[in-house]
Design a protein around this ligand. Structure first.
Ligand code: 1GP
Length: 261
């Protein structure tokens, strides 16, 4: 099974997925081993790597270092075409469909197309929807697009449906990294009930309670980055969950074999 088939299988069996987002600008290579050890012991099912910027071009060595210590799928979550690197397992091929900036609707995608073709990356077309998370976030600044208000239910729904109808395989509801208000449960519920592709939710989720709220509202995968940057003890809250990935046990065994080598 490839990465997307695993996500679909998890959706069908109502198992919840959890991605830890690693920002290349905030993760020194020297800290990767200890961090990934905690990731391996947590409920994480996926590792996302990417950020709004990667000024020092650290993403390739970072992905290589991460993959030394885990068998969890490492998926690029690129803020720019120059963050596409063949060392990862897959790439969220993002279109910022909440925005009206052609640069992030198609231009960046064209810029990265040949590099993706030459790689073995699994490409997952993703409709990326930026919602108002209570403060101006990096996505908004970098993309120069406005987030959709979380009271604009119909617009959010129409945007998600338009993403699905144009062939996206995932919808990602994003409140923005470090958002003061995460995506509201009623929005998650509205979108998840109306689309038939998996739903990812991220931005501003900082504790187990918010995580469970997002799952209960219908998120198939939740992404958290900032909470781990702020405080590694957050991993303590995420050691066990009844709804872990179906491949979790296999993956753990594969990981320990890999580390033994
Ligand atoms: C950002 O959705 C991700 O793109 C994660 O957000 O950093 O706020 O967890 P946080």
């Amino acid at each position: 099974m490839n990465i997307y088939q695993e996500i679909i299988a998890a959706k069908q069996s109502r198992q919840k997925l959890f991605a830890i987002l690693i920002d290349p600008e905030k993760m020194p290579l020297t800290k990767v081993f200890d961090f990934i050890k905690l990731v391996n012991q947590s409920i994480a099912t996926h590792i996302f790597v990417g950020g709004s910027t990667d000024k020092d071009k650290k993403i390739a060595p970072l992905v290589t270092e991460i993959k030394k210590y885990t068998t969890l799928p490492v998926i690029l979550f690129p803020g720019h075409s120059n963050q596409v690197t063949p060392e990862a397992d897959g790439v969220l091929f993002l279109s910022l469909i909440s925005g009206r900036n052609p640069e992030y609707l198609i231009e960046q995608q064209i810029d990265s197309a040949l590099a993706i073709q030459r790689s073995n990356l699994e490409v997952i077309p993703t409709g990326y929807i930026l919602l108002d998370g209570g403060k101006e976030t990096s996505v908004q600044k970098v993309s120069q697009t406005n987030p959709i208000s979380q009271t604009s239910y119909e617009l959010i729904l129409r945007t998600a449906l338009a993403g699905q109808f144009s062939g996206k395989q995932l919808i990602y509801l994003e409140a923005g990294s470090g958002a003061t208000e995460a995506v509201r449960p009623d929005i998650i519920s509205l979108v998840s009930k109306n689309i038939n592709i998996p739903l990812i939710v991220g931005g501003g989720i900082q504790n187990r309670q918010q995580l469970d709220i997002a799952y209960n509202a219908g998120a198939n995968m939740v992404v958290i980055g900032t909470a781990f940057e702020k405080d590694l003890t957050f991993f303590n809250e995420l050691k066990q969950l009844s709804t872990t990935s179906i491949y979790r046990q296999d993956r753990l065994e594969m990981t320990s074999k890999k580390l033994e080598r």
